[in-house]
Ligand binder design. Structure first.
Ligand SMILES: Nc1ncnc2c1ncn2[C@@H]1O[C@H](COP(=O)(O)OP(=O)(O)OP(=O)(O)O)[C@@H](O)[C@H]1O
Ligand SMILES: [Mg+2]
Length: 254
């Protein structure tokens, strides 16, 4: 897809882990407000790619560009500055158990952005409100449902004013009845113009929102295009085949 001014760019990134090439020359571009969804079989490299995208894993080959600037991971200040601008949502929430919901959202504002406790608390409250949790601000993770914990982790990412959000199967650790509330928050984020890359098996949901499906297998992008183009096409695409197998597994929803 031709892009004029991508806000985020992955260029020919490869990553070797345990002696194997887990990501193999992957390139991806996002314009502001794009939502790209990573799909594909388990072990295909989705999580590894997302971790290369925020430079939690340093690529063995290739580069990451934010707003046109190549990030130099060997410069610590550049690396930390970059990571602050990339929000990451993990399957298992990654909250601090000893901090309340409000403190979980405020902590990076205080420690990393050096905001006063009062200012950080105010901002944290705004973000909790945005994900519908202002009444749970004083509760600890153990007192929250999985869906609520995931919404706190979204609020925490948003408080840092990220330029892009990376979501790695944000609903796959949740009981079915809690998935909807997290998907609603993601839908609102997409509507607000947030640039996002999300790995998910929620194909129907993803198809309703995504600008593009990116199908990964064996560390490579093997198909890429609009959900409609990939799911409607004949002959059957790998994406279509994969989605119908998921539908068999999870019932109609997928
Ligand atoms: N630290 C590591 N050392 C060695 N191999 C690894 C490491 N992390 C991941 N891998 C391998 O990399 C491959 C891709 O894993 P990854 O977790 O990125 O896949 P995925 O597409 O996210 O899968 P899933 O859908 O199950 O989440 C797998 O074969 C995995 O075993
Ligand atoms: Mg994964």
């Amino acid at each position: 897809m031709p892009q004029t001014n991508p806000i985020f760019r992955v260029e020919n990134v490869s990553k070797i882990l345990g002696g194997n090439k887990i990501i193999d020359k992957v390139s991806l571009e996002l314009n502001k407000g794009d939502l790209k969804v990573l799909i594909g079989p388990s072990g295909g490299g989705k999580s590894t790619l997302l971790q290369c995208m925020n430079l939690l894993y340093l690529p063995d080959e290739g580069d990451i560009y934010l707003e046109g600037d190549k990030v130099n991971p060997s410069k610590k200040a550049a690396l930390y500055g970059f990571r602050q601008q990339v929000g990451m949502i993990f399957q298992d929430f990654n909250l601090f158990d000893h901090l309340s919901a409000l403190e979980n959202v405020a902590i990076a504002l205080i420690k990393v952005k050096k905001q006063s406790k009062a200012k950080a608390g105010e901002r944290a409250m705004q973000e909790l409100d945005r994900v519908g949790l202002s009444d749970k601000a004083d509760l600890y993770p153990a007192q929250l449902s999985g869906g609520q914990k995931q919404r706190v982790s979204v609020a925490r990412a948003l408080a840092m004013d990220p330029k892009i959000m990376l979501l790695d199967e944000p609903t796959s650790a949740l009981d079915p009845e809690l998935i909807g509330e997290v998907l609603a928050v993601i839908r609102d984020l997409a509507a607000s113009g947030m640039t996002m890359v999300m790995a998910t098996h929620q194909i129907a949901f993803a198809a309703s929102l995504a600008d593009e499906f990116v199908f990964m297998q064996d560390g490579r992008i093997v198909e890429q295009g609009s959900p409609q183009a990939l799911m409607d096409c004949t002959p059957v695409s790998r994406t279509k085949d994969f989605c119908s197998k998921l539908a068999e597994l999870y019932g109609e929803e997928a």
